[in-house]
Design a protein around this ligand. Sequence first.
Ligand SMILES: C[S@@+](CC[C@H](N)C(=O)[O-])C[C@H]1O[C@@H](n2cnc3c(N)ncnc32)[C@H](O)[C@@H]1O
Length: 416
Amino acid sequence: MSDTPENPTSSAPPGSRDSQRERAGARLATLDELEVEVEKLIAGGDGLARFEGIPIFIPRSAPGDRLRVRLVERRPDYGRAEILEILEPGRGRREPPCPFFGRCGGCDLQHLEDDLQVELKVAAVGETLRRLGGLGGKLPVRVVAGPAWGYRMRAQFHIDSAQGAIGVGYHSRHSNEVIPVDRCPVLVPELESLLSTLPGLLSEGGPRRLDLLVGEDDALSSAPVVPGLPHGEVKLQVGDLEYGLDARCFFQAHRQLLPALVEVAVGRWSGEEAYDLYAGVGLFSLPLASKYKRVTAVEGDRVAARFARRNARAHRLGQLEVVSRAIEGWIEELPENPERVIVDPPRSGLSRRVRNVLGAKAPTRLTYVSCHAGTLARDLRALSELYSIEELVLLDLFPQTGHMEVVAQLVRRTEG
Ligand SMILES: C[S@@+](CC[C@H](N)C(=O)[O-])C[C@H]1O[C@@H](n2cnc3c(N)ncnc32)[C@H](O)[C@@H]1O
């Protein structure tokens, strides 16, 4: 593109905002380095700065940072950059406590004070919900945070044996390169202490990925099977309920915040019939079954569904039925106007089909548990004519990373 005042191939009227943007985009395309000031964090944890109005996303930056950065991606309407030099640090910057921070892709926010991380993530999620979700006015937000270190009781490690020696660690931020780690301070101590012994238990040609989960009494479950590592069921106590599961199943990773998550999602309501969609091993289905006369849990993963069934039996919850099917295939079986539905989909959110059928069946109370602000915003926008938001609770289930869990309590609007 030319560096002349107006781009002759542009369809934007000369002097318009679009035309100015196009020229800025053309200038950005010619640059390698920039000096910028970071405005804020966006959902996911990157910092946002601007070059002549064009957003530049910068990992591991802090609001208020003045930075010299190198552009690593240039698009007409945004860029990505990495920090070359911190010219002036923003408020709340600190020396990252973990020596692997920066290379390891596990954490994005260790360079910020713990309390500031929560403050900035809450602002970023709020902005995403307003901008992409079309939610206006003051959002009814409550924040729940717990320990910021030593909280992860479940982790997925990657294994590298290419260099002869076995390395156990995490993928680097932008590639599948394994960064071996011998400590990881976000893990619960029982899990972190295994890091030094794991390489000795693994051999060349063994698994490339290892899932580990610590249950009650430090019991360990691993998947796939590795000689020398236990791989069976472990128990986890959450509130007054005990759940059985193994390392193959999804389970929320923040040990200390699990009871709060269950309390917020299940809530104070009770009644005749409830549905728990994307149920896992029954984290919400079991407590729902003590409040509703009939509960249906739907879970696509067979192993998790089997544990959910076993967990229901162990608590003698005959009123809880577990259906082992993909939600997309099952959703038409949801009755018209059910009293209560909880959805807890993966990061991709609800598929269009599930969203449409849910909207058509119109549950009276819909609880949406989300680990991705962008897809939550998209889904809430689609449901916004039908529902009002009674409460939004942001749970800091992933300290030191840019992620947050959000629970939205929605109630169907009454007509007229
Ligand atoms: C975010 S987890 C939530 C699990 C559970 N609610 C909990 O908190 O432990 C999402 C769950 O949905 C399941 N899942 C993902 N996509 C699905 C689909 N299309 N149909 C049914 N289950 C699905 C996964 O196996 C996983 O157990």
